[in-house]
Ligand binder design. Sequence first.
Ligand code: SF4
Length: 465
Amino acid sequence: MNCDPACGAKLQEACGVCGGFAADQPLAFLNCFSLYALQHRGQESAGIAAGPGNGRKLWLKKGMGLVSDVFPDSADLKGIVCKLAIGHVRYSYGQEGRAPENTQPLKLRYRHGELAVVHNGHLLNSAELREELECQGAIFQTDTDSELLAHMVARQGSSCLADALAAVVPRLKGAFAFIVSDGHKVIGLRDGYGFRPLSIASLDGGGYFLASETCAFDTIGASFIRDMEPGEMVILDENGLHSRRLVDSPCHKLCVFEYIYFARPDSNLKGINVHLVRRELGRQLAREHPVKADIVSGVPDSSIAAASGFAEEAGLPYEMGLVKNRYIGRTFIKPTQKMREEGVDIKLNAVKKIVEGKSVVLVDDSIVRGTTSVKLIKIMRRAGAREVHLRISSPPVKGSCFYGIDIPDAHELIAYNRPADEIPALIEADSIGYLSMEKTVKAIGLSADQLCRACFTGHYPVLPG
Ligand code: SF4
């Protein structure tokens, strides 16, 4: 997976959240470890809010950068006396969203005490709701949906956070996985379609934990219980775990890109392992778009599994044709135009001895604008590849996302209004093959109507306005 924000050519996930309640656990410390596991979901900022569980003041630390930048010595967090904590890693939309004030958890004071909120997703009616509140005198300090939720909660008369949220959530439209705390409890919320994932685990020694992905549970030794249902509210407090249904779930629409690209390979979504799905995507791709070639290579890291599945099915050797430099800082100096034109890239390089003189099947998980593909093919050719056949383990991306994923406007997408057979000439590939939607869904093993596939199909489950 190319998680480099400086690249801008691949899709970007929009945040990871976690949080838990336990009487006798170093919860701030556990949140920090979970955030390390969720780091691929956002690298712009990280933060944790923690409290003793009796409503007293919440401790908060957050900042710009990776988890390791914000919490350079995570062992310090063991000393924080707390029964509850919530955490966040962020990837934001656009330049404005990157402002430091948008880091989360967002902590605010209201008449019943303090509130801390973290969010993954995107509310479609946030502009209308903001305007309504601003007309009533609300002053917003950030661009986040977390602050919007906090304002709406504060306007409810109830001192019970769960009741206030139950009144607010039916007014929210779009994709959300919120975790909220008032210092007494930790509450998870998932929208009625379940676009963004959120799962529940039990902690060894008592207590419960929520996280965007199950890989976070493995990291802290928690035991997966189940995924939160779309439209469900889960309350963690002194009395354990309680659940309430807040909105009807018209249908489940988990983002299909979680399987294709976003989620970590060791995570399970709806009980299905992400790595195994990716390998099966590769196998299906080899059946749909076979090609005579010498070797198969994958684009590191998220396409390796699909490439190995392709190689297995095609009976071709899998080779490490591309190597990724994992130590490039987020502010690296980009190559000059001349270097780019010559196929020089500081982040990826081809293994010349492997690809020289060969016909290579290069497997990638998706194409967005096509700029990354152009670069990858140049790198392969510069290393001496005789032919480069690009195989994509998902269908062509033809539309934007309204549910929290940073996909460019449709007209910037290489597959928008363009037949697949025109694309090889644009990216200088010898051939291209996209996996069909039918086989993508088959590889995942869920029925098509359980998945959001809108950026591929143009059928959006819910639209802005
Ligand atoms: S539109 Fe695409 S990226 Fe957005 S939630 Fe749906 S499948 Fe995922």
